[in-house]
Every structure is written in C-alpha cells, then in structure tokens.
Design a protein around this ligand. Structure first.
Ligand SMILES: NC(=O)C[C@H](N)C(=O)O
Length: 602
C-alpha cells in the first residue's frame, strides 16, 4: 500500500444503480438516472471554478482540494440499464470488470456505485476475476438515496473517492460508514442502519476518522506484474444451499443434479451438518459424480473446523473446507475456480482449499523454524551481505528491513547463532538500534506489532527510542494496542512509552467502536496503554454508553471495572505466564467473583 502522489488523481466512478441514486416513484424506490448531475450541484462533490479554470469536460467532476492539496478528478460512467442490485448477476459483474479493463490505463483508481443488497457478492466476484490488479477498486453505495436530506450516500461516496484517489490499495474493497473492508471479507448485516456492512473475520483495511488509519499489514501487495486480465470464463452453474435441522435428503438430491457443477453448503456452527445416512449418501454421490462441494459456516464469525464427528467431513473426502470464508466470497471463488480451463476435479479442489486473494484464513500450522532462519534465500542474502566491501551499500540498504523482519519474527537469538549474519548483527547492535525501514518503522515497531515481548525487552534494554514514530506518526505503543499485545504494552509502558495527545484524543471513537463490537480485549489494551476509557467518541457518547445501547453487558461490566466503578469482578492473568516471556501472552480476561490482585499485572 502506498500513498498516491502527484497533484491530480483521476478516477472512474462506475454507477451501476442501487439506492444511492434511486428516486421514489409511486411509493417505491427505482434506480434513477443522472447521478452526475446531482453530484455537480453539491459543492463537496464538485468544484466548478476549478473545473472551468482547467477546462474539464462536461462529464468530469472534481473534488475540492484535499489536505495535501491534491485534486481528485472523476468521471461518472452511468450504466445502461441501472439495476436494483437484487437483479445483478455474475454476468454484470464480469461486465464491470471489463469496463475497468477497458479504461484501466486512463485512471488511477476505480469507484463502483452499487446496490448494497448484493454488494458483497459483487465485490467478491470482482476480486476473483480482476487478475494482476495493481490499482484501487472500491465499491460503495448507500441505505438512503444521495439526494435525500439525511443520507449516508454522500459520506460513503466521498470516502470512497478520497480513498481511491489518495491511496494505492491494489485490491477490490468495499467502503461503508468510514470503514474500508477487503471486498471478499464484507457482508451485509443490517437492512436499515448506515453501518450496514461488517467484515467479521478480518479487521478493516482502513478506518476513516479525523485521520485515515490504514492497517498496512493487512493490505495485500499488488498481484502479478503483468497487464490487468479479466477472467470472464466464470462458471454460472453453482449453488448456495443452506442446511437446516431435519432437512430431508430429497430436496438435497434435487438441488445437486446436473447441470450444477459446484455448491457452497452453508452448514451449522463450525461446519457441521446432519449425519443422517441418506443425506450423507446424496452428498457423497454428488461428490463422486464430480460435483464440487465447498463447506462454509452460516455463522457470521469463525471458521469451519473438523472438531466434530457431525462435521461435513463425515460425508467423505469430497468436501472442501472454506474455513472462515463468507458465503458471498465462497460462491464467487467457486465460480472462478470452476471456470478455470484445463483443471482436473482434484486440481480445482486444491485451488479452492488455498487462500487465493485473502478471502480466508487458513488454520495455523506448525510454523517450523522462525521465518528468518533456515530459509535458503535469506541465508543467501546473509552470505551476500557478509561478503566484501562492495556489498556495503547493499547491506546498508537492506539492514533496516532485515532488522525489522527479524524483530517481527522474534528471531534475534536464532539470528545471533548464524555466523553469516555477523555484519548485519554488528550494525544492529552498533550505534543505531533504531534503524528505520522504508516505512520509517524501527525494529521496536516491528517487534511490538508482532507481539515479540522478548525482542521488545532486549531492544528497550539496549536503549532504543521508545517513542520513535513511523512515517504515519504511529508509535510502537499504538501498534501494540492495535495488535492487542498486553505483554508488549506492559514493557513499553514500563519503559515510559505514552500515547501521544493526538492518539489519546482519537481513542474515544475507537473505544466506542470496540464497545459496540463487544471487543473486551481491544478495550483492555487501550486501558493498559493509559487511555481514558471515559473519553467520548466523535458523537459525544462514551464507550460505556455505546455498550449499553448495544446491550453488551459484559463489556459494560468490564468498562465499569476498569474505570474503577464496579466490585465483584476481577482481571485474571493466565496462571504462570504473566512475566515478560519472549512471546505475546494471551489477553487477560474478566472473571466474575475473583479478587482483583492480578489487576496490576495487566
Ligand atoms: N441500499 C440498496 O442499495 C438496496 C437496493 N435494493 C439495492 O441493492 O440495489
């Protein structure tokens, strides 16, 4: 991810329909034409004086200048026909992808105005079919038409334009209510509220408040170097049945018949389904015919596992686990994988089981040796760096990044034991332990972010600057808070690290967001870092009020306790692990009815 430079950024806004541009006719909402004309009348969307001074064409609009005095110039391409997104299919999404392909070289980024009802399906489909994507693509829309007095459309569209105009995030994303989600991770969760989307299994890529906070570690690198390619050959004969308790075998058999080529089954809990022999027999028979079955859970959060005998694994090896993929992304992935030419059934299953574009989290496997030792490539680099004087310049360039990578992997000890790293180690242990990588991050940032308490302790002991800020002004403490790293937070605080006045001020809104999501661990991290949990968010409400409004009783109790209000609750550190171990400790948890002796450990 990088910040876009240059005074003018050109975007193509593809308007496909959806509530954002709808008009009411005889009491119902219908897609409305002429969105660009509406935008032209709104000063936040168009600076007429600038457009005239530059002689911009009629169909081209320009936003007022950004903070960095950049201009986002955008052209609205209105599709014909416009859709309520309930009528959109993969055919339309492939057409949108082709439109992007046609105009790819002319624009820095793309915004797609789309109905919210199927926006998560659309974002997922685009994410799979746009290969070698190196520019930002953002879908947005609204719950209320943009021309209404009280509408979320203006904020969503402006946010999407500003994000696509100012940042190169080479992914298909979904922007709603100040949050930028990975397109394959979003899902619509509310029919009316402005916060209509969530990304239950992946934090947002960016959150927009007074500042734009980018979760850099989540943003994927541009895929491929080549030209953008649209994979139009997607399979349309795919289905998404949801199992329910007592589902008879007959409708399942009927559903699985040809020409269907693949299904995403929405199963219970962690991927379980009924174990009735006749039902399992239907699934097995379909798998043997070559029908591909991708199993995902109907739960909003969490992953398919093989913990239960009732798991779909009982149906035989034919079923592929979708882990924590959303149903929307699973369906798009199935269409994409089945549409790939020249693959065997097993080849397709193998592809489905892989995380292709960040759509799912694979279970942690035994990580083996830490990433910085043992790899042939890295040993090769080490050898190269320790060669001779000619390599000094290269070594100096690479050392900061290597130091950060080592710190993040928690691997300094293993590193020390490798003689080839002598050169690098010497510079790391020399005068400048605060070596900055290309993002301005120091090894302390990297270790804090990775939860490497052992490395943090070592670096602090060697006297690194505890308050160093990276290029975005972020401190190691803030990274540890965001990553919920209690041991690291403890170490940094003990070394005198403090959140900056600005970080403290912004904490209010973040605390409210965590409270609304019942994220006790996140709240505790802020508290541990010294944030005032009573600080109000952007709308003047405190986290406690937000938790109350959301009915999050446990969080209310936690907040009351942490703010010193409630009795009878205690913070309990996990036994025997409260010291500064070399790895991050599990978060402290709240247990009712225990003494508060361990609070100090937090
Ligand atoms: N809010 C919306 O956009 C809903 C509308 N029915 C659509 O998906 O097109």
């Amino acid at each position: 991810m990088s910040r876009a430079t240059g005074p003018e950024r050109r975007l193509l806004a593809i308007y496909t329909g959806g509530t954002i541009g709808m008009r009411s006719e005889q009491g119902v909402l219908l897609p409305g034409r002429g969105l660009a004309n509406v935008l032209r009348t709104l000063p936040m969307f168009h600076d007429e004086a600038y457009a005239q001074a530059c002689g911009l064409p009629e169909d081209t609009l320009v936003l007022p200048p950004t903070h960095a005095n950049q201009r986002v110039i955008y052209t609205v391409l209105e599709c014909q026909p416009l859709f309520d997104s309930s009528d959109m299919t993969i055919t339309e999404w492939v057409q949108i992808a082709q439109t992007i392909e046609t105009h790819y070289e002319q624009y820095h980024g793309f915004v797609i105005l789309h109905g919210t009802d199927t926006m998560a399906f659309a974002a997922s489909a685009l994410a799979f079919v746009l290969e070698n994507l190196q520019k930002t693509v953002i879908l947005t829309g609204s719950q209320v038409p943009i021309h209404a007095l009280w509408s979320d459309g203006r904020e969503n569209l402006l946010g999407a334009l500003l994000m696509a105009g100012q940042y190169v995030i080479p992914e298909v994303c979904l922007f709603f209510q100040n949050q930028l989600f990975r397109g394959t991770r979003g899902t619509k969760v509310d029919t009316r509220r402005f916060a209509a989307f969530r990304s239950p299994n992946l934090p947002p890529l960016a959150v927009v408040g007074a500042d734009v906070i980018i979760n850099r570690e989540l943003v994927r690198r541009a895929r491929g170097q080549g030209r953008l390619v649209v994979c139009g050959g997607v399979e349309r004969d795919v289905g998404l049945p949801r199992l329910y308790p007592g589902i008879p075998a007959t409708p399942v058999r009927a559903f699985l018949q040809p020409p269907l080529k693949g299904v995403v089954t929405e199963t219970f809990g962690s991927g379980n389904g009924p174990t009735k022999p006749d039902l399992l027999q239907e699934l097995r028979a379909a798998a043997e015919r070559g029908l591909i079955i991708l199993n995902c859970t109907h739960c909003l959060q969490g992953s398919v596992t093989s913990h239960y005998a009732a798991g779909m694994a009982a149906a035989g090896a034919g079923i592929v686990s979708g882990f924590d993929v959303t149903s929307e992304a699973a369906l798009a992935k199935l269409s994409y994988v089945l549409g790939r030419p020249g693959l065997s059934v097993d080849g397709r299953k193998e592809l489905l089981a892989r995380d292709l574009w960040g759509e799912m989290t694979l279970p942690a496997v035994d990580e083996g040796p830490p990433p910085l030792c043992g790899s042939t490539l890295r040993l090769g680099v080490a050898q190269f760096l320790s060669l001779s004087q000619e390599s000094d310049a290269v070594r100096d360039t690479l050392t900061p990044s290597l130091a950060c990578a080592a710190a993040r992997a928690g691997d300094l000890q293993a590193w020390q034991s490798l003689p080839q790293w002598g050169h690098v180690l010497a510079s790391l242990q020399g005068t400048d332990l605060s070596l900055e990588d290309f993002n301005g991050q120091t090894p302390l940032h990297a270790a804090a972010r990775g939860g490497r308490a052992g490395v943090v302790a070592m670096l602090l002991q060697k006297g690194v600057n505890v308050d160093a800020r990276d290029e975005d002004g972020l401190s190691s403490l803030l990274l540890a808070v965001r990553g919920r790293r209690p041991s690291v937070i403890g170490l940094l605080r003990a070394a005198g690290a403090c959140l900056s006045p600005q970080e403290l001020e912004e904490a209010g809104t973040e605390l409210c967001r965590l409270a609304s999501r019942a994220d006790g661990e996140g709240l505790q991290a802020w508290w541990q870092a010294g944030a005032d949990l009573g600080r109000p968010g952007y709308d003047g409400r405190s986290a406690l009020l937000v938790a109350e409004a959301a009915g999050n009783l446990e969080v209310m109790r936690q907040l009351q306790y942490l703010q010193g209000g409630a009795g009878g609750l205690a913070l309990v550190g996990l036994p025997g692990r409260a010291d500064h171990a070399s790895e991050e400790l599990p978060a402290l948890r709240l247990d009712p009815g225990l003494g508060d002796a361990s609070k100090g450990q937090a």
